[in-house]
Design a protein around this ligand. Structure first.
Ligand SMILES: Cc1cc2nc3c(=O)[nH]c(=O)nc-3n(C[C@H](O)[C@H](O)[C@H](O)COP(=O)(O)OP(=O)(O)OC[C@H]3O[C@@H](n4cnc5c(N)ncnc54)[C@H](O)[C@@H]3O)c2cc1C
Length: 453
């Protein structure tokens, strides 16, 4: 039996020895496409790689939370290709399974995919690339020896164990490793809301009913926050995926995350009840809920550079650029319904469910406008003493406006690929992450299939 020392509000756990279950060049924490792509790029360069994911499948929001949309690989005017890499490779694989609907000149949905097929495709990629996976395994604590991160503690069905590695990539979305290392993390004053998606059968039975307008008009009756709703059929099926709920809890705390899950599901039911009541001829049925609420934003980690909204909206070029994006800035309002889109050419569009768009400008028109933005490597390198840690995914250092654009998966996928390649270069050159040569990083990324501009 374990001996426990207690005071009124604190329990002291006795020190204990935990088994080391593996030793690797690189350990990636978090198994969304961001983490998986980091692991694959590093493995293809010859590193031994482990990946730790707390849920039962890879893919993060793209699979666990049913968000099945990736944005265009073309620039804002749909002329120039701005990224490829593993995003394109996965799309090509999914196409072979008839699991993708493609419309590259569409700013909202370039690729709609089947999230279940994506899960299996990611399993295959992990296996093909000889990456050692741990599913249903949570990272719980960093193990620091002589000021260096040397291992992580994990928990799973076996209990508590440790994985040793020479380098670590935090791709947990919430920056769990960075936060537990005591690095400087911050919460934006206005965070993007989380959303519980849901799938429905018989959606077509709504016929011509304007479901967006119905949800908006009857929101008060069902205590739904003013919102934004979108959805579409899952490619290769007749099931409809709806993203229509909005939850403003802080999902990087246990209490907030718990409340958010319950509130998100309540809102799904409220939407279903509105549609049943006000489109009574419909026969739609709730088909599936996500394994986890979809989270757009929690904490960020302070890095060598904070990417700003100005830099994104003015398409600033960086010498250490590792990702290119053209997804517009989207501002999810918490003080009124709907969202506002800002484009690099100065257009601004305010949109609400079931109502016509309102067009305006956030800046005057100019003869020439940038058509894509970039993410610099420095926004992935956390400040602080740990030279063998990189951040990848939605918690990289970006202000509220920049995050509103860069957060989408096609961009986050590129941060994962860059982190994997940077880990390889840091280990090869025996240097800390902050000293990885940007030029070498960019050429190595390009050699592995990335588009570097
Ligand atoms: C409703 C909704 C709609 C969206 N729409 C789009 C869209 O249309 N297109 C688009 O590209 N993006 C969209 N996004 C945004 C995008 O999904 C996220 O910003 C993006 O997925 C973030 O990726 P990530 O890899 O950083 O985090 P996540 O996808 O959240 O992945 C983090 C992973 O880490 C794991 N993890 C967390 N903590 C631990 C731990 N302690 N130990 C082990 N594993 C851990 C998680 O289980 C998860 O698998 C949307 C998001 C939402 C919620």
């Amino acid at each position: 039996m374990m001996l426990i020392l207690m005071t009124q509000n604190l329990i002291s756990e006795p020190a204990r020895e935990i088994p080391v279950v593996g030793e690797f060049d690189l350990c990636v924490l978090g198994g969304s496409c961001t983490g998986v792509f980091a692991a694959i790029r590093a493995a293809r360069l010859g590193l031994s790689v482990a990946i730790v994911e707390k849920m039962g499948c890879f893919g993060g929001v793209a699979t666990l939370s049913l968000v099945n949309v990736w944005h265009t690989p073309l620039d804002e005017v749909f002329e120039k290709r701005i990224f490829a890499g593993l995003t394109q490779e996965v799309i090509d694989r999914l196409k072979r399974r008839n699991s993708v609907k493609e419309d590259l000149a569409n700013a909202s949905v370039a690729w709609g995919f089947n999230s279940a097929e994506m899960q299996i495709e990611l399993d295959e990629l992990i296996t093909e690339n000889n990456i050692t996976p741990w599913l249903h395994t949570s990272f719980v604590a960093p193990i620091v020896q002589d000021g260096q991160l040397t291992a992580i503690a994990i928990e799973n069905k076996n209990g508590r164990e440790a994985i040793k590695a020479r380098f670590f990539i935090d791709a947990t979305g919430d920056g769990d490793l960075c936060q537990r290392l005591g690095l400087d993390t911050y919460l934006a004053a206005r965070r993007q809301p989380s959303t519980t998606c849901a799938t429905f059968s018989e959606w077509d039975s709504l016929g011509n009913a304007n479901w967006g307008a119905l949800i908006r008009e009857h929101a008060d009756e069902y205590d739904l926050p003013d919102g934004f709703a979108w959805g579409g059929n899952i490619p290769g099926s007749d099931v409809f995926m709806l993203a229509g709920t909005r939850v403003f809890e802080n999902c990087s705390t246990a209490e907030g995350f718990t409340k958010a899950e319950i509130e998100g599901r309540r809102q799904v039911r409220a939407i279903q009840d509105i549609l049943r009541k006000y489109a009574p001829e419909s026969k739609l049925a709730l088909q599936a809920l996500p394994a986890r609420i979809g989270i757009r934003e929690t904490r960020h980690v302070r890095c060598l550079h904070q990417l700003t909204g100005d830099e994104v909206l003015h398409g600033k070029r960086f010498d250490d650029a590792i990702a290119n994006g053209s997804y517009r800035v989207d501002i999810h309002h918490d003080d009124k319904p709907g969202i506002t889109f800002r484009y690099l050419d100065g257009r601004e569009v305010y949109t609400r469910p079931g109502l016509p768009h309102e067009n305006g400008r956030w800046r005057e028109a100019t003869a020439q406008s940038p058509t894509f933005y970039q993410i610099p490597y420095r926004s992935l390198v956390p400040q602080g003493p740990f030279g063998n840690v990189l951040a990848a995914g939605r918690f990289i250092d970006a202000d509220t406006v920049a995050h509103g654009a860069i957060r989408v998966m096609v961009n986050m996928n590129q941060t994962g690929e860059a982190a994997g390649v940077a880990a390889y270069l840091a280990l090869k050159n025996e240097c800390p992450a902050r000293e990885v040569s940007p030029a070498k990083l960019r050429t190595t990324l390009a050699d592995g299939g990335s588009i570097i501009l």
